[in-house]
Design a protein around this ligand. Sequence first.
Ligand SMILES: Nc1ncnc2c1ncn2[C@@H]1O[C@H](COP(=O)(O)OP(=O)(O)O)[C@@H](O)[C@H]1O
Ligand SMILES: CC(=O)OP(=O)(O)O
Ligand SMILES: [Mg+2]
Length: 402
Amino acid sequence: MTEGTLVLVLNAGSSSVKYQLIDMLDGSRAAAGLVERIGEPAGRLVHTAADGAERELLGAFPDHTAALDAVAAELAADGLGLDSPRLAAIGHRVVHGGRRFTAPTVVTDEVLAEVRRLIPVAPLHNPANITGIEVARRLRPDLPQVAVFDTAFHTTVPEHAARYAIDRAVADEHRVRRYGFHGTSHRYVSRATARLLGRDPAELNVIVLHLGNGASASAVAGGVCVETSMGLTPLEGLVMGTRSGDVDPGLVFHLHRVGGLTVDEIDDLLNRRSGLLGLCGDNDMREILRRAGEGDQAAQLAFDAYVHRLRKYIGAYYAVLGRVDAIAFTAGVGENAAPVRAAACAGLEALGIEIDAELNSVRSREARVVSPAYARVAVAVVPTDEELEIAQQAFALVRGDT
Ligand SMILES: Nc1ncnc2c1ncn2[C@@H]1O[C@H](COP(=O)(O)OP(=O)(O)O)[C@@H](O)[C@H]1O
Ligand SMILES: CC(=O)OP(=O)(O)O
Ligand SMILES: [Mg+2]
């Protein structure tokens, strides 16, 4: 049992760390910030204090340890350092939890070892998550460190959807199956969509489209995830900023045997040099929309390929769910790129899916419906809040509510 009501949430990505200090009494942000371009010569930390005032720190953050030490210093400058007695827990986003972690978990040496063992299947993410945990443990060894796993929400996906159609013995030996990611966001957004529509999550079938740098779709039936687009690793599924999403696995053999690329080179190609970046040289949807608007063919192709893949998944998940009540767009692209939403839903009237152009063009931070009132399927823009969801899960765990 703890006295504090603050939860520090760390969301460590491959080259960035996002953090929020959340007061669980009212969900308010006591501080928030972002360190980006970790490992590059010109890094940047932006810290936002409780009153909204921003501080910017420019310089190199050679690795995640340096970045997290700088975050701790910024929090201390606000009088809310990691030594604060008001802290109840530190919540960590951990991307890959395998099959074992189906709920938020207090980090022990043994839990950390398991997360480390999963590095080969989340090479861009788990190492950064581990560093975040290690730094936080060093600074506050007495405080519960809670891991909230991207994979947890997807552990309900049925076996016939989670299995690849490969030799079972080989799959079992190497724990090859579809795990799914961004689960904290899919869970939060599916529930927020029910709230927006004034419906009980238990009676709502939702397709959630999480479109950030990484992107994934999920089919949520009555609050339970039944299918998701990412697989063994966060590479499968939708076209992403730098990741290919679905490809014929035969291209790996082809590029190796005929193209002479090594396995590591192909890994780098598919994870870091593909997706929107591979198709047109840009991975930021803002830039792609701008270029396509000026008639740039490569940017237009990247946009069209991105949207085509999305439409295939909407259709597929419609079939998986049988009945769809809502489609929720979320994360950087889903929340901000009206043309992506419009193109993904265009021509689907026969499925009851329509978008109202005027509603869709409104810019807002609020959850909102963008389909006409008569449409059978509610299309919604629902801002995700992975940090709040992580804080709530971590706080509930340390208070013994779960
Ligand atoms: N106004 C906007 N219009 C179009 N795309 C945007 C806009 N703002 C952000 N994005 C897209 O959102 C992406 C980042 O999404 P985000 O959810 O923050 O990613 P992540 O959390 O995975 O780092 C950017 O790469 C950019 O393509
Ligand atoms: C799992 C994953 O792809 O995460 P992100 O979108 O943060 O890269
Ligand atoms: Mg994200």
